[in-house]
Ligand binder design. Sequence first.
Ligand SMILES: Cc1ncc(COP(=O)(O)O)c(C=O)c1O
Length: 397
Amino acid sequence: MDRQTPGGPPLTYLDHAASAPMRDEVVEAMAPFASGVFGHPSGQHRQARAARQALEDARDTIAELLGAAPREVVFTSGGTEADNLAVLGVLGAAVRRRSGDATAVVSSSVEHAAVLEACRVASARLGVVHERVGVDSQGLFDLARLEQALEDLGGDVALVTVMLANNEVGTVQPLGDVVALTRSLAPQAVVHTDAVQAAAWLDVAQAAPGVDLVSVSAHKLGGPKGAGALVVGEGTEIEPLFVGGGQERERRSGTHDVAGAVGLATALAAAAREREAESARVGALRDRLADGLLHAVPSVIEAAARELVLPGHCHLCFSGVDREELVVLLDEAGVCVSAGAACASGALEPSHVLAAMGVPAASARGSIRFSLGHTTAAEDVERVLAVVPEAVARLRG
Ligand SMILES: Cc1ncc(COP(=O)(O)O)c(C=O)c1O
């Protein structure tokens, strides 16, 4: 993507996993809701009906693309709320239902903070036992450990939550196996997957067959920030986080963000339409980038094997380099990348994902995520290949 930063170098944006630029068709689809169509979708008049129609059309599209029924789609304010609703909603309902009996949640150790923090809060407020299952050196979920955890905790397990693809390194998890193991060893438990990163690249219904709950977020797909959805399978008991007007069949009160819902549906539809071609195109660009940097820069480690990760992810550890300093140098050259999960203050936290994979702290210190996406062109990769080796050499001094 060759966009000009005002007064600066041409912009090379390889941070799609943080937030992808909005697609033109999404902006167009959302535009009417910024002016002409402003009614409250729960109302009775023509303005309200127009808004409601758009909302329900968006719901139908999202349901179809995620392999769900429209009534199973709950609109949220993004991936974080979807994850919170899945974890706290299911566990809240389970604790109430089980009145006094022990309740447990099993997650992977590499979940996004939106899941891990929700599990922590469930432990602190509801007394839920939280069991974390680790990953191997590629970031792949440990199914043998899951089996052990389900055997140990047995009937106490109310929820198993494993992301479909990791946001930092991009590793895709074997959700079909997670579901099968859970059904056989803890049939009372429900399975949630955070598909926030995966939805841009994978057919979620195919990659995570039989899961009960799925989180997605629009801004990772070329949609707007602040819009997402949680699919809640029919019969899955869930307590709302927001109460009030009873929207979303009592599962999420609050006036709907109609434009956001339309944006999410349009972005998801575009991603699905382009999936096959884009996976091949972007995957080839990613390979060129990774091979080029591994060749041009000494002492670089690729965090996970390429055949295991999403096509847009390239996570490299540059030894002897401080990742924050490298991000700043690259930014000065007009290259936007990410140095791992930043908290709201913008400060970098040590990566729990790389730690779980056993990456030594010295390598993790120099880890950079290049994430390619629908706006990435060959020139972007060539520019990064021209800039990074020099920047790394400068920092290594
Ligand atoms: C895997 C994963 N889950 C959840 C989230 C949170 O989504 P949102 O930014 O829409 O709140 C993110 C965003 O970085 C993510 O990558």
